[in-house]
Structure formats: structure tokens, C-alpha cells
Design a protein around this ligand. Sequence first.
Ligand code: ZN
Length: 208
Amino acid sequence: MNICIIGPQASGKGTQATRIAGHYGIFHFSTGDALRAEVKSGSELGRELAAVMNAGKLVSDELIYGIVKKTAGEHPEGILLDGYPRTVHQGEMMKDELKIDAVIEIAIADETCVARISSRYMCSDCGRGYNTVSLPPKNEGVCDDDGAALVQREDDKPKAVLKRLALYHEATAPVIEFYRAAGVPVHKVDGEQSIDEVFAAAKQAIGG
Ligand SMILES: [Zn+2]
């Protein structure tokens, strides 16, 4: 069984992907991890990738698909694609070779995404991470370890999060439509629930 999981940042997608893959006994494929592993392996493909990335260029759809295909070939039990395909073009590239049995979309409101991400802070000195909601420092605004000021990464500020979300919606909506049109079951799961509830809903949607 091959499953594709889609969701914005801070939707809990990675956590759910790990749990779903574990439950169904399929391989969890995360694009970023797979690229790093391929480079590390020193394979021909890995060397090609390293050259592209070291030059600061974007990895082409062809190269990424090469890794997806290779990984799928190594895992006949099935694969859970986490964050792939990102575009309709990527979906079209694999449609004749890798059949997707179900798509899980983890949906959260944009405001939830902004709230979850913009509560992240880090120490300006040691880099320790905090979360003003779930992991606050003992004293507001300063690091527990060294008392240095906590700062927010530019990327975690609401404006930056909203900009990425707009790009996500723009790219993802057509991917979901692409699968729907191809007759693949697309299950939208409410990502505002607890981790256990989201997992239960995803399992129920997939079945088994
Ligand atoms: Zn610190």
C-alpha cells in the first residue's frame, strides 16, 4: 500500500507520518531525509545531488523522483510519501509507475499554524528552543540555562508563516485535485485535534 500525506508546517504531519507508516508496516519517505541519506551514501545519484545542492541550486523534479522510485523499489511492502508530490508535475511523473492508494490531508486553520509556529523562540546565546505555549522558560523572555534573551527566528514570525502558507495552499490544492480526478481516495483529517485523535481519524479513513 502506498499512501501520500499532505499538510502544512506545524500540522503534525511528520508525527502522523511516522505513526501511520509504523501501523501499516510501510516505509516512511520524507524528501529531506531521503536527499540527505542519498548524498551520504556516496552513490552516483548522491554525488549528482551533492553537486546541485552545493551549487545552491534547486534539486530538479527528475532527481527527486529518481530517489522516490529507487526507495519504492526497495520497499515492496509500500511507502508513505511525506511531503511528496508537492506539485502536480511531480504527481504526474510517478502516476504510471507508483500507484497511490490513499491521500491523507491534515488540515489546520491558517491561524492555528501561525499560533503554533509563532510561539517558538530560541536562546540568542546557546540556541536552546522554547515554546511560549508548550515549553515556556521559567522566566519570561530569557533562557533557563544562561539568562540570555530569547529571540524569534524571522521564519517563525507571523508574516513569514502566512507567506509560506499562501504558497502551500497554492501548490497543494491542485495536487489534491489531481488525485481526486484520478480516482484516488482523498481523506481530509482535522489536524486541530490531539495527536492520538488525528492518528485515529487517519487510520479510520484509510481502513485497517
Ligand atoms: Zn541559552
